[in-house]
Ligand binder design. Sequence first.
Ligand code: NAD
Ligand code: UDP
Length: 340
Amino acid sequence: MNILVTGGAGYIGSHTCVALLEAGHTVIIVDNLSNSNSETLDKVKQITNREIIFYQIDVTNEKAVDNIFAIHDIEGVIHFAGLKAVGESVEKPLPYYYNNIVSTLVLANACQKYNVSNLVFSSSATVYGDNTVPFVETLNLLPTTNPYGETKVMSERILTDIAMANPSFSVSILRYFNPVGAHESGLIGEAPNGIPNNLMPYVSQVAKGKLRKLRVFGNDYPTVDGTGVRDYIHVMDLAEGHVAALDKITAGVHIYNLGTGQGTSVIELVKAFEEANDIKVPYEIVDRRPGDIASCYADASKAKRELGWIAKRDVISMCRDSWRFEKNNKDSGTSLWLSR
Ligand code: NAD
Ligand code: UDP
């Protein structure tokens, strides 16, 4: 199929493009490069030995998006493009609501106009809020405590309503748990701007000596060792989940958790990283981070049952592949970030 991939130069998008190309699909990438760079696309070509079509456009630009649908015979859309920093969304809600909601509206509109009936949407486990684990797709959604999470809840709702009103429209909503790791080549991976917010890139940068020590946010949660538990999923497993979702897409709205179903605590992840890479990761326990929940992991049985997809890579592979990319990644430099 000819797949339009919005945000295809980003972390999850670039790995998904590798999986799509390897499965024989053609990809047309649109990205405004606000949180990525075009070198990543060269690496995707290098890994797959396939050509890709790329347009540097903003998905909120209706005219520019219309033009892409007019030029190409698009058969499916995967919508990754969006802003994703939870903390920043609290400080700057307007660009988050604008970017994440308007992009979804513009794409849905273009799909309708050009009779493109297959759309896969990047959602997040954050929509479950502080529900009881494991999170299953049928749970009632709870408030997410931040504008980023609300944009995911709203986009899910918008796409659901459109699909209800248009029975031939097929929407697959994928709720990601915690994507980590990198392509095994070490050529593409997660390279956040500035000091990372997320655990795995922070751990990798401590291992590299770029950051002094990890701050573990709280050790008094009701979990195995008191630290927060998350369902870390290798980004290539996640990428393959998108290929499976496209292969099996059918009319209506279908929601799938993409996770491993296994919870890992912060301390367990640090220990796995040290073991996988034979390197020390110094850490200290500090206060809880506001807005964090104790535990978040998936019931991933629906994706297995309906898509025939399961996550295959374990936490050790996630740590090994994250570290390989971190070591290779020149952008990530060797200078210390301030005094952290
Ligand atoms: P990312 O920032 O690496 O990739 C997003 C890409 O979209 C970037 O390349 C950015 O330049 C582009 N983009 C942003 N706004 C755009 C716009 N208006 N027009 C065109 N391009 C635009 O993020 P990611 O981690 O790859 O996340 C991809 C999607 O998955 C996002 O929707 C994110 O909310 C969702 N998600 C991510 C995670 C995670 O932990 N990484 C978890 C759950 C859900
Ligand atoms: N975490 C931590 N120190 C950090 C970053 C994260 O202790 O520098 C913890 C965080 O409290 C949570 C887990 O690691 O329990 C995963 O956090 P991340 O931000 O990666 O994902 P999210 O909270 O969005 O699930």
